[in-house]
Each structure stands twice: as structure tokens, then as C-alpha cells.
Design a protein around this ligand. Structure first.
Ligand SMILES: Cc1cc2nc3c(=O)[nH]c(=O)nc-3n(C[C@H](O)[C@H](O)[C@H](O)COP(=O)(O)OP(=O)(O)OC[C@H]3O[C@@H](n4cnc5c(N)ncnc54)[C@H](O)[C@@H]3O)c2cc1C
Length: 342
């Protein structure tokens, strides 16, 4: 019988992130299906508050690595903490979320422990004592279900794949685990974090709605390019709805060809075969043709609508639930008016 360990890094404010709680949801599901016990292991500056927030989660034991050295994400200290926690628990299956902090060290930890790693899992289940881990391959084109005999098996859970575990706070009895850090483990320090203001950040994975802009926004409309109007309309909609912004490949590529561009658009916004596969519940495509290499990135978006002047565009070929055959400039202008109550 496998022994399961859930590991999470605590955030700077001492809490656990939503993606960490989703990985805990995956852990409790797996433990329930296998009829196995699981431990919780936390590392960070001070893990007590996070441990207390999970007190009622059903873990057999709560292990912790606390200390100033573990406050910030850093390969040397994070890998050492995770390694010590796995060894202490004796776990054979280790689950954590696939955020950037854990993703950086998961493979190294598995290597140090002589185990194996599989990352970005979208599902995990236990059947007849066997752990089945599901992930996508070839940019979400093929789904594979993996089993392994090697242990320990480190598994990271893709954000948005599980419901965050419902937790019951209480008083957790944390067993402190000592970590011997090699001298060079703390040589990297984070001096500051630079990130755009929340309002400038247009990729919002947690938003309910994705607005996709296509190259049509920068094409001539009645003889004139209206990219200034396009910018205003798109940004107003983003501000009004707090939705996330995506793009077609053509639109993000256009900047390299010296054509009119939307200043806030980058290759990070690209959705599709060679772009991202976001998981928003709803999607609205505007001035985007809906060609297959783009729409393949909409795989996980269940409610799809599009605005296009072309009644025969790709969205009309069964790729959208609703196609509005209309000028997106006029539609978005009206929608923004309604949203802002003008
Ligand atoms: C190997 C490969 C990988 C690819 N990967 C990706 C990928 O990851 N993501 C991706 O997006 N593409 C990808 N592509 C490119 C893809 O095939 C399309 O070329 C691209 O998606 C087209 O972008 P678009 O719809 O914005 O532009 P266009 O095809 O130029 O379409 C613009 C649309 O805007 C509409 N329009 C114009 N004005 C208005 C208006 N006023 N109101 C409403 N509608 C209007 C037009 O009717 C038209 O349908 C890939 C292609 C290949 C070969």
C-alpha cells in the first residue's frame, strides 16, 4: 500500500495558495480511493498558521520545515526541504501543485530520492491499489494515463484541475523536521519582485471569462485602420469585466511585420496549438477567424461565443455555441456602454 504525502510551500503571508489547496483536493481524493493514509508537509518561513488552516483535512501527521532560509523560493533550500520531508514521512507517493516554485524543484527532488517524477497532471485516481496519473501530451492533443512501479513517485497537479480542498481550521500538531543545508544552498537571494500593477496584468488565469482578440482588430475597417479604437474598446472591456485577455497568433505576430499593433499584446497572450490552453469557463472571440490551430487552444473552454463579420468563419463551423455576425467595434462599444451603465 502506498503512503501518500502532500507537500506545499507556504506563501509570504503564511497562507496556502489556491493551487496548493487544489493539490490537497487531489490528495484527499487519491487517499480516499486507495483507502490509504496521507501526511501533510509544509515548508516556509513559519508553517504553523498554514498547518492550523488544514487541521481538519484528515492527514495522519503534519510535518513542517520552518525558517527564514525557507521563506523565499530558491532551488537549494526548497529542494533540501522537500527531500527532508519526504524522507521523514517515508512516503512513496508525493503530491504537490505545479506552480513555478514546486515545478522548479520537483524533478531534482525525485532524482535525489532515487524516485521518478511526472508533472502537470490533470487527474489522478486510485484503483485496486494502483495510482493512475493523467496528463496531456503534444500540446494537449493526446491524453495519457500513467502508472509506475518506481518509488518515491513525485506528482505535480496542474492548476485548475481539481476543486480546492474544503478545509477546517483548528490547532495542528506540527512535527518539526530539521534540514541540513549545504553551505552554498542560500547563495541565491531574491532582491525584489517586479510585476505589473493588477490593472495592467491582462492574463488572469482565475477569471471566469476569456476575451480573445484576433487580427481583424488591426485590419482596415471601411478603408482605415482603427487600432487606437481597438485598444480602447478591448481595455475598457477588460477593466469592466476583469476578464482575461487572449490573442490569435496572427495578431501577436503582426508586430514583427511593422503593422498596426495593440500595445498590450505579447506572445504570452497567444491561445492555440503553439500557444496556451487556458481553462476559463467562458470564451468570447472577437475579430478572430476561428481556425483549427487557434481553436484547439479552446479545448477546456466550455461556453464559446464569437463576434465576426464573416458568417462563414471558422467559428460558424461548429466551433462556437453562438456566433454573432456583426462588427466587433460596434458590438464591443455597445457592450462597454451597458457594462459601465452609460
Ligand atoms: C503549425 C501552426 C501552428 C499555429 N498555431 C496557432 C496558435 O497557437 N494560435 C493561433 O491563434 N493561430 C495559430 N496558427 C495560425 C492559425 O492557423 C491562423 O492563421 C490564425 O489563428 C489566424 O488569426 P486570426 O483569426 O486573428 O486572423 P485572420 O485569419 O486574419 O482573421 C481575422 C478575422 O477578423 C474578422 N474581422 C475583421 N474585421 C472585423 C470586424 N470589424 N468585426 C468582426 N470581425 C472582423 C475577419 O472576418 C476574420 O475572420 C498556427 C498555424 C500553423 C500552421
Amino acid at each position: 500500500m502506498d503512503k501518500i504525502l502532500y507537500i506545499a510551500a507556504v506563501e509570504q503571508d503564511g497562507a496556502l495558495s489556491k493551487t496548493s489547496l487544489e493539490a490537497l483536493g487531489a490528495t484527499t481524493k487519491l487517499a480516499g480511493e486507495l483507502g490509504a493514509d496521507f501526511d501533510v508537509a509544509l515548508f516556509g518561513k513559519d508553517v504553523q498558521a498554514a498547518a492550523d488552516s488544514l487541521a481538519g483535512c484528515g492527514a495522519q501527521a503534519v510535518l513542517g520545515v520552518s525558517g527564514e532560509e525557507f521563506a523565499q523560493a530558491r532551488y537549494g533550500t526548497d529542494a533540501a526541504a522537500m527531500q527532508a520531508l519526504v524522507v521523514e514521512s517515508g512516503a512513496t507517493v508525493v503530491l504537490a501543485c505545479a506552480d513555478s516554485r514546486i515545478s522548479r524543484v520537483a524533478a531534482g527532488v525525485a532524482q535525489r530520492l532515487g524516485g521518478r517524477v511526472d508533472t502537470f497532471l490533470t487527474d489522478i485516481s486510485g484503483e485496486n491499489g494502483q495510482v493512475n496519473a493523467t496528463r496531456w501530451f503534444y500540446r494537449q492533443r493526446m491524453k495519457g494515463v500513467l502508472t509506475r512501479t518506481e518509488r518515491p513517485w513525485v506528482l505535480t497537479i496542474a492548476p485548475g484541475s481539481f476543486e480546492a480542498a474544503a478545509t477546517q481550521p483548528g490547532q495542528a500538531d506540527v512535527k518539526t523536521v530539521a534540514v541540513e543545508l549545504p553551505g552554498d544552498a542560500v547563495k541565491t537571494t531574491v532582491k525584489c519582485i517586479q510585476s505589473p500593477d493588477a490593472d495592467q496584468q491582462t492574463i488572469r488565469p482565475d477569471a471566469e471569462l476569456l476575451l480573445v482578440a484576433g487580427a481583424g482588430w488591426t485590419k482596415k475597417q471601411d478603408g482605415a485602420v482603427r487600432s487606437g479604437d481597438a485598444e480602447t474598446l478591448i481595455l475598457s472591456f477588460l477593466n469592466n469585466t476583469k476578464c482575461s485577455l487572449g490573442s490569435s497568433k496572427s495578431l501577436v505576430d503582426i508586430s514583427g511585420e511593422g503593422e498596426a499593433v495593440l500595445s498590450f499584446m505579447s506572445h504570452l497572450h497567444q491561445v492555440g496549438q503553439t500557444g496556451a490552453t487556458p481553462r476559463h469557463k467562458k470564451g468570447l472571440a472577437t475579430c478572430c477567424h476561428g481556425e483549427e490551430p487557434h481553436v484547439v487552444g479552446w479545448r477546456f473552454i466550455t461556453e464559446r461565443r464569437a463576434v465576426n463579420t464573416d458568417a462563414n468563419c471558422g467559428w460558424a463551423q461548429g466551433k462556437a455555441d453562438v456566433l454573432y455576425v456583426a462588427d466587433a467595434f460596434a458590438v464591443m462599444n455597445k457592450v462597454n456602454e451597458l457594462l459601465s451603465g452609460e
